[in-house]
Design a protein around this ligand. Sequence first.
Ligand SMILES: Nc1ncnc2c1ncn2[C@@H]1O[C@H](COP(=O)(O)OP(=O)(O)OP(=O)(O)O)[C@@H](O)[C@H]1O
Ligand SMILES: [Mg+2]
Length: 236
Amino acid sequence: MSLLETHALTAHYGDFQALFGVDIHLDQGETVAIIGANGAGKSTLMRSISGVLTNGSDQVRFDGQPIGDLPADEIMARGVAMVPEGRRLFPSLSVEENLLIGTYGRKVSGHWSLQTIYDLFPILKQRRHHPGTALSGGQQQMVAIGRALMSNPRVLLCDEISLGLAPVVIKDIYDAVPRIQEAGASLIVVEQDIGQAMKVADRVYCMMEGRVTLEGTSDTLSREAIHDAYFGGAAA
Ligand SMILES: Nc1ncnc2c1ncn2[C@@H]1O[C@H](COP(=O)(O)OP(=O)(O)OP(=O)(O)O)[C@@H](O)[C@H]1O
Ligand SMILES: [Mg+2]
């Protein structure tokens, strides 16, 4: 049994259908990457798992339980945390206040606390009294990751955590992944940079137009297969 699974997952925005029968799974200790072009449905998949969008009960299972129809706060309380696309910090709150928000709704002890987040991203300790708006993009991303970790999640969903950041900052952020895994979380990372996805993930799913078009381990997928799954065979 996988830690987290989707079964024939569908998602809609009003009349528009964004996901068409998506089946993915995440095993304990794994890091899985979701790749795909703009509009492929990657964020919709993350929103469906985290309860921002609700689905059929059995379309998402976590730890053997159906969670597809649960609200976001209940899913977070069970141990699935999301770093949303675009960071979404509270601009008027300080770094430390933004981090503390991550503890609301899930009171479990675990590895992650203010102190261990500051060990992971030391720059945040220096900036802890600054408002979110005074931070660089990379620092804001660190706060968004730290906020999600503060709930000591069993599954961490990361939606495009490298978007718009300089390569040196992306490296700082991805360097945190092994330490997040060691602390006991399994990860799903949405990543448009295929090279980065292959580097960080054990397995990769490629999505196109609301469907999974390719799945495999990072060391077995060919560039050609990924290109076809990403852009469609006809366009390759
Ligand atoms: N709030 C919304 N209302 C209506 N349609 C939406 C909404 N959010 C996304 N969509 C549509 O759903 C489809 C999937 O979007 P989604 O944001 O999941 O893609 P994505 O793979 O995350 O893309 P990106 O790489 O640009 O973040 C797209 O066609 C998009 O236009
Ligand atoms: Mg997206």
